[in-house]
Design a protein around this ligand. Sequence first.
Ligand code: SAH
Length: 360
Amino acid sequence: MKALPRILALTQFTAADLQTLLSLGEPAELRQLYEAAYAVKVRHAGRVVHLRGLCEISNICRRDCLYCGIRRSNAAPARYVMTDSEVLAAARWAWQAGLGSVALQSGERADPGFIDTIERILVGIRDLSHGQLGVTLSLGEQDEQTYLRWREAGAHRYLLRLETSDPDLYAAVHPDGWALAGRLACLASLRRCGYQVGTGVLIGLPGQSAADLARDVLFMRDLDVDMVGMGPFIPCAGTPLADSLGDFTIRRAQQLELGLKMIACVRLAMPDINIVAATALQALAADGWQRGLRAGANILMPNLTDPRYGREYRLYDGKPCSGPTCQQSCDSVMAAVEAAGERVGLRERGDSPRWRRRRG
Ligand code: SAH
């Protein structure tokens, strides 16, 4: 096994190197890891954080992922769909506040009505921002024709998490018959359609080892994505995995630490991509976002969803709710940026440096 300073100085990592980093537990060693990743972030992306105002359009979902609070068979959430004008009002707010980009996320639907709605909303966002506001979609698996329609209507980034690169673990947490291969085919489609492509994994699923996560990092590197959005798994009441980590009060700190270590590893292995400090980090600690930024992330997503809806978009227990106003959601994100000693890139889209380089 290589000594820590030697691993941190590498530019090419083996699974064994990453596994060593993901297994660190000593505070002094963790500090070295985060500082090394932060230095790489600063070199490639500067001391600036870009924002994606998040709009959780609907919690209706055709899938039944074992970990997720809005899974089809969970009767707890009151199902909702935001109206076009509610989504456009949030986008207009983001545009006027200088956020640079919005992200539209939803439970998974692929019916023609939904596809049309998204297309209409995208055209509306393009009109209200004169084509300036960046738009990331996170709307799950769709056919290539749909991805293309949405791309032509103005979306230019798409985040589709792999959840895990291990086909057996993928099948274990998605017993509804969907397979990892389908998700990978979607990522290839998105690339063909000209999106900036993002992926990510769930960190700390039951049965997932440091070796699995190390392979996830290499898998994402080999996919050569432009952005990564990933976060720690947090159990959700009413789902089959609700009690899968035992007493969660004991696991909280560990899940947070694993999430931060993954951010640092991804930053070291993929220096010039955009990395989100996920809301799940902030759900685990009051300074979760700030620590994510200091471990190598450079993107934050203030939640602009009206809390009446946001409450029902409960992917996991303790998910921080937005608001009560867009401004207040933004203020808490801004506070994290300031506490991390960084600044917000207002009125900038903040496209992935990797993407800009790819396009030449
Ligand atoms: N339907 C879209 C968006 C899904 S929700 C899609 O399929 O891409 C966004 C992400 O929330 C998921 O990709 C998943 O990684 C994450 N998530 C779901 N349940 C979670 C949990 N219990 N803990 C942490 N993250 C969770």
